[in-house]
Design a protein around this ligand. Structure first.
Ligand code: SF4
Ligand code: SF4
Length: 399
């Protein structure tokens, strides 16, 4: 008996984009998961072939299919190299959402979706993060017991001559690395703005999208947009490029038509213009730099980040061989496939150590954790800093 053909509208909308893949394979060696195990189905080309097979009912949506989607870190390297302009990550995202629609959320996704939307659960989640992320180093524990203190903070009176900045901390600065959020706020205050950290913000929704849970991602997008729209802030700034990219690229499709779209800006875009106006002391440091995928390819701020570093007096920057290669954190791979994530981090750690720099700077909280873990496993105790932490160090007692 002939089987009924399953209609998959979430994938169907991208049929013509999918057909643009000419299977040239030039994306393969740029893909972190393919580079690690040379498995075709874990390359962008392989994933496009699997999605085409599912769309044409030649393959079912299965656990193996989900596995190939989960091991994409959303690094965007394939899209930037594709001569046919295939929107690989959009297709992978649609496939994730299609898989959840057909197979259900499952226990882990359901629990995570609840945790990510609840402040109390996230405070506990901050404590459990090293376990969930399979981290051995203490990097994500540095601020244990202080998680959550950032929320609701307001800059000292006397500031704010230029207006008000609302700082969007994201999950990492709120619950896992609040020292990073405090550094960002300290630097922003020195630009002459009043800085507020609004109460009641939730996760930006990126992890929920990586889990394929569009419904939960839409709910947090609506919630965050409501909270931010109620503020009278002149600017909304984050130190997490993944949050900024999610607002910029995903919120337009997640929010109901007509919803006011919050303009969240990554702190590097803002500080590139402001850094010259800050009074800074010499740092006498030699560092290297890692380009977060969402900061560089996603937001186009790789040059802005370097301009900021070059403006820091006394700082010497040594580039790694491939500074824009993914660190292996993105998507949900760190949780679902730690062995692949560790392999990618090992390659990143080796390239950092080859520079001989005593510290590495990056512009993303997740990359910071992942690189610290990779260096720890490689036997190095090199410091890993977010850009704002380095600037905060240069600000100390300068004004
Ligand atoms: S996604 Fe683009 S680069 Fe990759 S195989 Fe297809 S056409 Fe080639
Ligand atoms: S976004 Fe990155 S990890 Fe995902 S398929 Fe493309 S190159 Fe591979």
């Amino acid at each position: 008996m002939k089987k009924d053909r399953i209609s998959r509208p979430l994938l169907e909308q991208y049929r013509s984009e999918l057909s643009r893949c000419v299977k040239c394979g030039s994306c393969r060696t740029l893909c972190p998961s393919f580079r690690l195990d040379r498995e075709e189905s874990r390359s962008p080309r392989g994933r496009m072939a699997l999605i085409a097979a599912v769309l044409d009912n030649r393959l079912p949506v299965s656990a193996a299919f989900e596995d190939r989607l989960e091991t994409c870190t959303h690094c965007l390297a394939c899209e930037f190299s594709c001569p046919s302009g295939v929107p690989v990550t959009k297709l992978i995202q649609a496939a994730r959402e299609q898989a959840v629609q057909e197979l259900g959320s499952g226990l882990i996704r359901s629990v995570l979706a609840r945790v990510l939307r609840n402040d109390q659960s996230m405070r506990l989640g901050g404590w459990l993060a090293p376990l969930a992320l399979h981290y051995r180093s203490g990097t994500v524990n540095v601020s244990r017991g202080k998680a959550g203190l950032l929320s609701g903070a307001k800059s000292a009176s006397g500031q704010g001559k230029r207006g008000t900045i609302a700082f969007f901390p994201g999950c990492a600065s709120s619950y896992i690395q609040p020292e990073l959020g405090r550094a960002a706020v300290a630097v922003l205050i020195r630009t002459g703005y009043e800085v507020i950290v609004p109460e009641g913000l939730q996760c930006c929704g990126r992890p929920l999208l990586s889990l394929g849970d569009r419904h939960a991602a839409s709910a947090v997008a609506e919630h965050n947009s409501r909270v931010l729209a109620a503020l009278e802030a002149d600017r909304i700034i984050t130190a997490c490029p993944s949050c900024a990219l999610t607002f910029e690229c995903e919120y337009p499709r997640l929010l109901p038509p007509g919803t006011a779209m919050p303009a969240l800006v990554d702190i590097h875009a803002f500080l590139e213009r402001e850094i010259a106006g800050l009074t800074l002391r010499p740092l006498a440091r030699t560092v290297t730099w890692h380009d977060p995928c969402h900061l560089g390819r996603g937001l186009g701020l790789a040059a802005a980040a370097r301009n900021i570093l070059r403006a820091l007096p006394g700082l010497t920057l040594i580039e790694t061989k491939n500074p824009d290669r993914c660190c292996g954190f993105g998507g949900v791979m760190r949780v679902t496939h730690p062995e692949i994530s560790d392999g990618i981090a090992r390659e990143k750690a080796e390239s950092i150590l080859a520079t001989g720099a005593a510290a590495v700077v990056t512009g993303c909280p997740s990359c910071r954790m992942q690189i610290a873990e990779g260096l720890h496993r490689a036997g190095s105790d090199s410091e890993v800093l977010h850009t704002v932490q380095l600037i905060e160090e240069a600000l100390d007692s300068a004004e």
